[in-house]
Design a protein around this ligand. Structure first.
Ligand SMILES: N[C@@H](CCC(=O)N[C@@H](CS)C(=O)NCC(=O)O)C(=O)O
Length: 202
């Protein structure tokens, strides 16, 4: 298996999941500015969507979309508990979170990295994210992780997108529970390993 990633991008979520699951996987870095891998390949020839993450499976198939890759990885080690058993209410909750993170948080962050963003647009995005953070903060009131006491693939994804608040110098002071959550996930050995490997921490 090979994971195509860009340091600190949403591909960090499957990278964390791989580490948490103890699945060995080749890593291939992609430069999103040039859409070339660090071995010089045109990334569009590998993933026509042009974005990370993508994984190539041992049978040569390509799988994309963070939320789907995460579920695929967790299904390789069902006993890990990184995803509740299919058909249970907890599993639907997990999917509910994955969809919320991808559409309501991940994609609201995107424009914040656009160098052409206007102050008004930025404020709009910040307001939208702020409403999501309010919701998250209430949810995390009495829980260590999204589904309760156990870390799941949804936490790998949520942590990854929330970590972008650091690069953007966003003030999370209004949401201390979110700051605590980020610190809690960041302290996990597998998360540290993945971040170290991507050169995000020493
Ligand atoms: N729908 C995709 C979105 C992935 C995505 O937004 N990837 C970003 C990095 S976080 C990217 O590669 N952007 C560069 C591009 O679109 O060319 C998913 O959920 O995997």
């Amino acid at each position: 298996m090979k994971l195509y990633f860009t340091p600190g991008a949403c591909s960090l979520a499957p990278h964390i999941a791989l580490r948490e699951l103890g699945i060995s996987c080749e890593l291939q870095k992609v430069d999103l500015a040039t859409h070339r891998t660090d071995t010089g390949e045109d990334y569009y020839t590998i993933n026509p969507k042009g974005y990370v993450p993508a994984i190539t499976l041992d049978n040569g198939e390509l799988l994309t979309e963070v939320a789907v890759i995460l579920q695929y990885l967790a299904d390789q080690k069902p006993a890990s508990g990184l995803s509740p058993r299919s058909g249970t209410m907890d599993h639907y909750r997990l999917i509910e979170w994955l969809n919320f993170i991808t559409s309501e948080i991940h994609k609201q962050f995107g424009p914040m990295f656009n160098p052409k963003i206007t102050p008004e647009w930025k404020q709009n995005q910040m307001n939208a994210l702020g409403r999501r953070f309010d919701y998250l903060s209430t949810h995390l009131n009495n829980r260590n992780f999204l589904l309760g006491d156990s870390f799941t693939i949804a936490d790998a994804y949520l942590f990854t997108v929330l970590s972008w608040s650091g690069y953007l110098n966003m003030d999370l002071g209004k949401w201390p529970r979110i700051k605590d959550y980020i610190a809690r996930v960041a302290a996990r050995p597998a998360v540290k390993e993945a971040m170290r490997e991507e050169g995000l921490i020493k």
